[in-house]
Design a protein around this ligand. Structure first.
Ligand code: BGC
Length: 739
């Protein structure tokens, strides 16, 4: 009897619990409710301490949720080329996990060089899946700071010199990542175009350059990509730190563009409590402030937006309006990510990621020169290939700063070529030069031992000896991810190749006429030997599949189709900022006196012939452009105009061409660039095939930013559309008028 009563009691109790649970699901946990309602409900349940707890970090890469309410912690990770290995709670060194190896995707310069929006979507979706699998809320990337000079150590993490190209390429990346319920954090907003003095340099830039060159990719990321987060930059603008900057964050980002997402400080980019409260910052990360010690626990309480903020609220010095706004935005991020029950589960180093990484790498590689069609290598006629150079063996996924990865695997160019060549063709290797023999970043080592004791002359002699008896010589050099190369925290010291590579290349060219230079870098380099070398390939940092992708291009499994996302100047002084002495600035100030004339805009204005132009890249086949036509001769304010050209593959093999549309304003009341990229289309053609390519633009493509009116203006009058295969190889033009 007692047993029966007990059972009935338990059933009743469970029933009532169940019932109450059903009746009382709080609004913030009810996903049939709108995000706005859920945000307001959650906010109304939180104490001031809990709110302050959300607006600053609690470890190197995380911030607190609200444990009492079951609102999860927020976890972030770099970004942008793969998911960074775990570091210790309080320090940059490795946490030593054994399950945090990722797939390394190619660097963003390579992605930009594909000029392929579908490939950008694939990139974002894939890297987002890795972030999701690793339970990250926010992926710290992509970066879209404009390539202002070839010296910026972080150019490899960005998308080149052109605001239109980077705007078009950033949007699909964001959509791809966020389709996983992981936020992108587009960085570094804004004007972070050099690493020298990055945390203390104030950038003086006129409004035209700001709006026409430096902001468009961020605006596209917000308005077209719908990014859920943005990272402030280290530098200053109008003498205010960009991480809490009234003009950039409140006026432009929020008021002008309507950004609803979260602004995250760069690591250590916040410097002041009151400005952090008032000037648009939502989450403070990485602060190193007086009174803090390395590894001391609860450093985070001393953050500008921690105890000092709470104290100001408690003393009545400041209200909670700003705090509520910040927390609203963070809660919104939570509902879109961690608290979105429908988000997928992600995947790590999946077969799909390998294929995606390889495809991105293959499409981004740029063939810069191919005299006498020395490439592709016909393996059936090739007995011996000499591979020379440190970058043929050096792992490049480790180093470079915050984008350093712990890749599950990385195929070196040497191994990729060996695998592809098989037993028929002998591959012999010589080091040729010693660059940076180190193999470690943040306590993670590649395990490679690159120590070398021979002198430079001995290495050159050995390389030439190996090279002279080979059918082909593949020199793999360029830059690497060490300080003053392609790396965060410092800039390059010059345009030239380091480690006496120029001398080595010239010597190799003397002993073998079939020399191919594969330059691994995220930046332009000087090529004084350009006329001595028949073939040159721009190889970027290609990630896990690097060697396979390079081999595929060298032997012609893949027909190269990438085009340069930035200008290669002949010499450093051909770059506008450098020519005007406006880099890296002095006394904490840098002035962008070149204004809107960045990259090819400068070369064209000054009539300086570059080594390789923006938009340039060759193929193993040839394309013939037909006559360019337009559907109208004159357009009105609200019209669109379409330009069409037929492209024929006139070679013997399939290939892809990137058709580029540039617009020139023939007469304008303000100075304008000779022409500007306003459209592009990548088209794949079989041998002999011909296709018509159409590109449509509207008034926005004709506009400039008028600083007096503070708005975009398209002046009626004569315009010209140029269609070309690069910025310097225009195939046809059409004149038209804006009424
Ligand atoms: C970099 C950011 C990065 C952050 C976190 C900073 O030094 O500038 O790009 O996301 O560190 O690692």
């Amino acid at each position: 009897m007692i047993k029966i009563i007990k059972t009935i009691a338990v059933v009743l109790l469970l029933g009532s619990l169940n019932l109450s649970a059903q009746v009382k699901v709080p609004v913030y946990l009810d996903d049939t409710k709108s995000i706005q309602e859920r945000v307001e409900d959650a906010l109304s349940r939180m104490t001031v301490e809990e709110k302050v707890g959300m607006v600053h970090a609690q470890s190197k890469f995380s911030s607190a949720g609200v444990p009492r309410l079951g609102i999860p912690e927020i976890w972030m990770s770099d970004g942008p080329h793969g998911v960074r290995p775990e570091v210790l709670w309080d320090e940059w060194s490795q946490a030593g996990w054994t399950n945090d190896s990722c797939f390394a995707f190619p660097a963003l310069t390579c992605l930009a060089a594909t000029w392929n929006k579908d490939i950008s979507l694939l990139y974002g979706k894939s890297v987002g899946e890795e972030a999701r699998f690793r339970n990250k809320t926010v992926l710290l990337g992509p970066g879209v700071n404009i390539y202002r000079t070839p010296l910026n150590g972080r150019n490899f993490e960005y998308m080149g010199e052109d605001p239109y190209l980077s705007s078009k390429m950033v949007v699909p990346y964001i959509k791809g990542v966020q389709s996983n319920g992981v936020a992108t954090c587009v960085k570094h907003f804004a004007l972070n175009n050099q690493e020298v003095d990055r945390d203390k340099v104030n950038v003086n830039v006129d409004d035209r350059a700001l709006y026409e060159i430096y902001l468009p990719a961020f605006k596209a990321a917000v308005q077209e990509g719908g990014t859920w987060a943005i990272m402030g930059s280290y530098n200053l603008y109008k003498n205010e730190q960009c991480c809490h900057n009234q003009y950039l964050l409140n006026d432009i980002l929020r008021k002008e563009w309507g950004f609803e997402g979260v602004v995250i400080s760069d690591w250590g980019g916040a410097h002041n409590t009151l400005q952090s409260i008032s000037n648009g910052l939502d989450m403070e990360y990485g602060t190193w402030a007086p009174g803090m010690a390395w590894g001391k626990t609860n450093n985070y309480d001393n953050y500008f937006l921690a105890k000092p903020y709470l104290a100001m609220i408690k003393s009545g010095e400041i209200g909670t309006k700003e705090l509520d706004e910040k927390v609203r935005r963070i809660l919104r991020l939570e509902f879109l990510t961690n608290m979105n029950k429908n988000r997928p589960f992600g995947a790590m180093v999946s077969e799909d990621h390998v294929l995606a990484g390889r495809k991105i790498a293959e499409e981004g590689i740029v063939l810069l020169q191919n005299k006498n069609n020395v490439l592709p290598i016909d393996l059936s006629k090739t007995k011996r290939i000499a591979v020379i150079g440190e970058n043929a063996i050096k792992m490049m996924t480790v180093g470079g700063g915050s984008s350093s990865l712990k890749a599950k695997y990385e195929v070196s160019p040497l191994d990729g070529l060996k695998k592809r060549a098989g037993a028929q063709t002998e591959i012999i290797y010589a080091r040729g030069y010693v660059g940076d023999a180190s193999s470690e970043a943040d306590g993670y080592s590649t395990g490679q031992d690159l120590k070398e004791t021979r002198s430079a002359d001995e290495l050159i002699a050995e390389a030439c000896n190996v090279a002279k008896n080979a059918d082909y010589v593949i020199f793999v050099g360029g830059l690497n991810k060490s300080e003053h190369q392609d790396s965060e925290g410092a800039d390059r010291l010059g345009l030239g190749l380091p480690y006496s590579q120029d001398k080595l290349i010239s010597e190799l060219a003397k002993v073998n006429k079939n020399l191919v230079v594969v330059s691994i870098s995220g930046n332009a380099v000087a090529m004084p030997w350009v006329n001595e070398v028949p073939a040159i390939i721009q190889g970027w940092f290609l990630g896990s599949e690097a060697g396979n992708a390079i081999a595929a291009v060298l032997v012609g499994d893949v027909n190269p189709s990438g085009k340069l996302p930035f200008t290669f100047p002949v010499k450093l002084e051909d770059n506008g900022a450098i020519a005007l002495g406006e880099y890296p600035g002095s006394n904490g100030q840098v002035t962008y006196n070149e204004g809107i004339f960045v990259g090819y805009r400068w070369n064209e204005k000054q009539k300086i012939k570059p080594l390789f132009s923006f938009g340039y890249g060759l193929s193993y086949t040839t394309f013939e452009y037909g006559k360019v036509t337009s559907d109208k001769k004159e357009i009105a304010d609200s019209d669109k105009i379409t330009f069409t050209v037929s492209i024929k593959n006139t070679g013997a093999r399939e290939g892809s061409e990137i058709v580029q549309l540039y617009i020139s304003d023939l007469k304008s009341s303000l100075p304008r660039p000779v022409k500007e990229l306003k459209g592009f289309e990548k088209v794949s053609l079989k041998a002999g095939e011909e296709k018509a390519v159409s590109i449509t633009i509207d008034k926005a493509a004709l506009s400039y930013f008028d600083p007096d009116k503070h708005s975009w203006v398209a002046e009626p009058g004569d315009f010209e559309a140029s269609i070309g295969s690069s910025s310097s190889d225009i195939k046809g033009k059409v004149a038209f008028k804006l009424k």
